[in-house]
Design a binder for this molecule. Structure first.
Ligand SMILES: Cc1cc2nc3c(=O)[nH]c(=O)nc-3n(C[C@H](O)[C@H](O)[C@H](O)COP(=O)(O)OP(=O)(O)OC[C@H]3O[C@@H](n4cnc5c(N)ncnc54)[C@H](O)[C@@H]3O)c2cc1C
Length: 528
């Protein structure tokens, strides 16, 4: 049985032969005694700029493993690889129709899991296939022509398709490894299996999404692009079907609702059908953009980051004056700021990077937690209205043209000055005082946060950085309440899933939730 050796620390420039030599030394082994070895985890430790290192976990097989393990019995860093029983999927046959609405990570992984059991489903997706979606998005960025059904939020691959493709998550779940392995199977780089902070990049993510589509078609799934769920049909208090594009009726017993956090019209439809929903706190703010070299310099003491990955940061602060958390979110090293609206008449910012993270700029959202104080009342859509009003304010400030309001970071923090503003955001920017667009508390908390961040990362608050706004689509402002079988508490047969349902935040956790819902459908089928 192979075993793991943890906490092997090397200078970031160390090459594989040096790592192997150290491993032999660490375990008092000769080269001939080793059958195989591989790196299973690699995390960067850049806390000390003069001693930047990687911390590795290595899996190794040797000729006499029992003897080797016995020798290190008291060493907590040398342990057998935990035994796992591979999951088995007993094929299921059924005449019950399953429909999945939405082809983001939740919908796609629900479909892949159903396919493991030999099940098939119809997938409906309001947007277009990823290849055409890329053209629609490009046209929006180049000319400010928004397609409300095919954009950064809507279309094959879901909201994260135009992203940095960060695969980090705070949740723990047995399916995380399964998801990463599947992403690799469909074209993601193998390194995501071992990096502590893996990312795919928008370029590779698009290929992965197309690969999953091909697999699902091969497994007998039906995919209906430009197919929007516009109503749900019921019989005897259960889901009996759905309406597609307001005209076509599709019968179904199980409806997976994986429509994401931006499908405001779909939330409206659910409300008309008396589906129980609750409003949910989220976060809003602005996107900050620095020269990447400046961030490299702060984080590594080396502006060129030679031999190192493009530098990232995570910043948090609690502002005592407004009593609000302020934090950086969705950081995109070597990326661009982008227009991410899905509704006409609103400006929304976000960020993305390619796998190489090789743009000369670094961006991240700087956001402040918002909730009841900001959108009082019990209406489940109070948060959506709050988001929408800010997006419309930004649209007006950007001359009603999807130009984003923008300001130099130094001017925003000090509340004065007219320094240059530069941004990678397209179609373009309009210089304004961003504090006038944001709610007062949010602006105050952000100003305080930026000053604190400059203490943690000297040079963060600089004339070289700019802000664009508004960043409003950080997570779902609504939860579609479900029971412990993952079904809506109002309508059996309806399985809200992923970020839009309010049960996930990010690519990995949305995929995990899609799998959870698929497993729940499988359990239900087995009971019947
Ligand atoms: C620009 C951007 C960058 C991001 N970067 C990252 C990142 O780097 N890492 C990370 O972990 N997370 C990131 N996220 C968040 C991540 O994308 C989401 O958490 C994740 O995509 C949620 O998955 P989902 O499947 O629940 O919903 P979504 O991905 O939103 O997918 C929902 C799908 O449903 C479709 N749909 C909506 N309404 C209907 C309807 N009525 N009928 C049919 N289809 C419908 C939509 O077109 C969409 O394809 C980013 C998000 C954005 C917007």
């Amino acid at each position: 049985m192979p075993f793991l050796v943890r906490n092997l620390v090397f200078d970031y420039r160390a090459a594989e032969p040096a790592i192997f030599a150290h491993l032999l030394n660490r375990l008092s082994l000769n080269r001939e005694e080793v059958v195989s070895w591989k790196i299973v985890r690699k995390g960067l430790d850049a806390r000390k700029k003069k001693a930047i290192r990687y911390v590795y976990t290595i899996e190794i097989s040797v000729c006499d493993e029992a003897a080797c393990l016995a020798k290190f019995a008291d060493d907590r860093d040398v342990t057998p690889v935990p035994e796992t029983t591979p999951k088995t999927y007993t094929p299921i046959t059924t005449d019950k129709e399953i429909v999945i609405a939405g082809m983001g990570p939740a919908g796609l992984f629900a479909a892949l899991r159903l396919a493991e059991y030999g099940l098939r489903a119809t997938i409906i997706e309001r947007g277009r296939p990823v290849e055409q979606r890329v053209q629609d998005v490009q046209s929006f960025w180049d000319h400010g022509i928004l397609n409300p059904e095919s954009n950064v939020q809507f279309g094959e691959g879901g909201a994260g398709t135009f992203s940095d493709g960060k695969l980090t998550t705070r949740i723990r779940d047995e399916n995380l490894g399964y998801i990463l392995e599947n992403l690799v199977r469909f074209g993601a780089p193998r390194e995501i299996l071992c990096l502590a902070k893996p990312h795919i990049g928008t370029d590779k993510l698009r290929r992965v999404v197309a690969g999953i589509r091909a697999e699902l078609l091969e497994r007998g799934f039906t995919i209906r692009f430009s197919g929007k769920l516009t109503d749900i049909m019921t019989r005897k208090g259960q889901v009996s079907g759905l309406v597609l594009n307001e005209t076509e009726e599709l019968p179904c017993h199980y409806l997976v609702l994986a429509t994401g956090h931006s499908a405001r019209d779909t939330y409206e439809m659910l409300r008309k059908r008396s589906i129980h929903m609750e409003r949910k706190p989220f976060a809003i703010g602005l996107r900050v953009e620095h020269p990447q070299e400046l961030i490299n310099g702060i984080q590594y003491g080396d502006r060129s980051a030679s031999g190192l990955p493009t530098a990232e940061y995570v910043l948090t602060h609690h502002d005592p004056e407004t009593d609000r958390p302020v934090y950086s979110f969705c950081m995109c090293p070597g990326g661009v700021v982008m227009a991410a609206a899905s509704e006409e008449g609103g400006v929304v910012t976000n960020g993305m990077s390619s796998f190489q993270r090789n743009s000369p700029f670094a961006n991240s959202a700087l956001v402040v937690a918002v909730g009841e104080k900001d959108f009082p009342g019990s209406h489940p859509f109070a948060g959506i209205e709050f988001q929408r009003s800010l997006e419309q304010k930004a649209f007006a400030a950007g001359n009603f043209s999807y130009y984003a309001p923008a300001q130099n970071l130094l001017d925003f923090a000090s509340g004065k000055g007219f320094h240059d503003v530069r941004s990678t955001y397209r179609p373009g920017i309009v210089p304004v005082d961003l504090a006038e667009i944001l709610p007062k508390d949010v602006a105050l908390a952000l100003k305080a946060g930026v000053r604190q961040f400059d203490r943690k990362m000297k040079g963060f608050l600089t004339v070289e950085a700019s802000l664009t706004g508004v960043e409003t689509r950080t997570s779902a402002p609504v939860r579609i309440v479900r029971d412990d079988t993952c079904q809506s508490v109002s309508l059996p047969g309806l399985f809200p899933a992923g970020e839009g349902a309010g049960y996930a935040g990010g690519i990995m956790s949305a995929a995990v939730d899609g799998i959870r819902v698929a497993d729940s459908i499988v359990r239900d089928l087995c009971l019947k």
